[in-house]
Design a protein around this ligand. Structure first.
Ligand SMILES: [Zn+2]
Ligand SMILES: [Zn+2]
Length: 347
């Protein structure tokens, strides 16, 4: 089969690799039809985080089950399924408390499981990991495009909103206008937020944020942005969604959080170790920091229901579509911010 491979900073290739096979009774092999390039893939693409050269990439697979191990019960060959960015068993202590990203039987995509950006993956723990799309929606291309973000960014934006405690009638601020931030806006609206202030640096993305439900947008940078947000909200919001991960975004999120408020953070921390978090700023204003890597599997059914009912549609974040051979071009387009998020349509 063919799959995207990391060959060093700025270099993704599509190569012939061994096709994953069933190895254990809990496995399923999925023929990937749709997947995506992620903002988090850009860290290694830009050489800002380490990744083994020659490793398979991608972690947002959707496709058709081709074969299942003998103990798999929840899916069968021919089913349309999608999978979160991590594998989880659904039965351990952490899966049972909705913290699937800490699953003791969990795994990541890559290695001989196949990365998500390739023709096939092996889902170990298929029953806990794969989410089945009802048959009547299984081949509706438009619906599938709306479901695909549930593999990662929509669940992650939702986790930011949940962690920040967003509820009916609330005012919240979303820091970041990437795919996760935009999904954070959708999630906040879905949870009933009345005022949603979106902060970012790109006018086109902030326009999409407004379409998604942001009531105000801020495109200024640094101190000016913080000042604007605090002026607009009369001293900060009780619920702040940090959807970037960079140290500067974390600082901004804390500075626009109202005393006693909560920052829900889901961006993969980057540079925060070096620059430190303003713990005194948290302490001084009784601000709470909650969140972490999003257990998107915990939210999959709930969000899928809304997509199928037509009340949730994150698909506008896909501003470019490529085929498998176009994956390197997809990385380039996201790196150069020509595309918000790239959908990969494989077959
Ligand atoms: Zn991702
Ligand atoms: Zn588990």
């Amino acid at each position: 089969m063919r799959a995207a491979i990391y060959r060093g900073p700025g270099e993704i290739t599509v190569e012939e690799v061994p096709k994953p096979e069933i190895e254990s009774p809990t496995d399923a092999v999925v023929r990937v039809t749709h997947t995506a390039v992620c903002g988090s893939d850009l860290w290694f693409y830009r050489g800002q985080s380490d990744r083994e050269v020659g490793s398979r990439v991608g972690h947002e697979p959707m496709g058709i089950v081709e074969e299942v191990g003998e103990s798999v019960r929840s899916v069968e060959p021919g089913d349309r399924v999608f999978a979160p960015f991590l594998i989880s068993c659904g039965r351990c202590e952490f899966c049972r408390k909705g913290l699937h990203t800490s699953c003791v039987n969990g795994d990541s995509w890559g290695g001989d499981n196949g990365g998500g950006q390739g023709e096939y993956v092996r889902a170990t723990e298929a029953d806990g990991t794969l989410v089945r799309v009802p048959d009547r929606h299984a081949h509706d291309e438009e619906t599938l495009r709306s479901i695909l973000p549930l593999t990662d960014v929509m669940g992650t934006g939702h986790h930011a909103a949940v962690s920040a405690g967003v509820g009916e009638g609330d005012t919240c601020i979303v820091v970041g206008d990437g795919a996760v931030g935009l999904c954070g806006v959708l999630a906040a609206r879905r949870l009933g937020a009345q005022r949603i202030v979106a902060m970012g640096h790109h006018e086109d993305r902030l326009e999409l944020a407004a379409e998604f439900g942001a009531t105000e947008t801020i495109s200024a940078r640094g101190e000016a942005a913080v000042e604007q947000a605090n002026t607009l909200t009369g001293g900060g919001a009780n619920h702040v969604l940090e959807c970037v991960g960079a140290a500067s975004a974390m600082d901004t999120a804390i500075e626009v959080c109202r005393p006693g408020g909560t920052v829900g953070y889901v961006g993969v921390p980057h540079g925060v170790e070096a620059d430190g978090i303003d713990v005194f700023g948290l302490f001084r204003k009784n601000r709470t920091l909650r969140g972490g890597v999003a257990p998107v599997r915990a939210y999959a059914e709930e969000l899928l229901d809304d997509v199928l009912q037509g009340t949730l549609d994150p698909s506008p974040i896909f501003t470019k579509t490529v085929d498998l051979d176009g994956v390197p071009e997809g990385y380039r387009a996201m790196d150069e911010r020509e595309a918000i998020k790239v959908l990969v349509r494989i077959s």
